[in-house]
Design a protein around this ligand. Structure first.
Ligand code: FES
Length: 125
């Protein structure tokens, strides 16, 4: 069902965990499957570069693999660059996902976007 890359990110995620002093948190869930993701970001205020990304995901193998991959893809990018990442980019980076698991990539992308939105709101306060 899953390719080796997806299995690797599921079994040995490099970015699993929480950032206690995160600059931004994005929490999302899918009400149909019940999977939940929380993405934590450290963002450099000057450069707007995302320096660290961690996740806590309660869900399927694809939800964990896509959370880990979105962390890899957004680390080192500016928030403007990270916002442009689409779920199709994430699926491509993982090689492939079964069609019934594509929504897991969509959830991970929404998690990052939500974290960035929360960060922006905090900056304008
Ligand atoms: Fe819903 Fe994976 S089955 S996020």
């Amino acid at each position: 069902m899953y390719n080796d890359k997806v299995i690797e990110h599921f079994k040995n995620p490099k970015n699993f965990g929480k950032i206690p002093d995160a600059d931004a948190v994005g929490e999302v869930g899918n009400h149909r499957c019940g999977d939940l993701m929380a993405l934590y970001l450290k963002i450099d205020k000057e450069s707007q570069v995302i320096s660290e990304v961690k996740f806590e995901t309660l869900g399927c193998a694809a939800a964990i693999a896509t959370s880990d991959m979105i962390a890899e893809m957004t680390k080192g990018k500016t928030i403007a660059e990270a916002e442009k990442i689409k779920f199709q980019d994430l699926v491509k980076e993982l090689g492939e996902l079964p069609s019934i698991k594509v929504h897991c990539a969509d959830l991970a992308v929404h998690g990052i976007r939500k974290a960035i939105d929360n960060y922006k709101k905090k900056q304008t306060k």
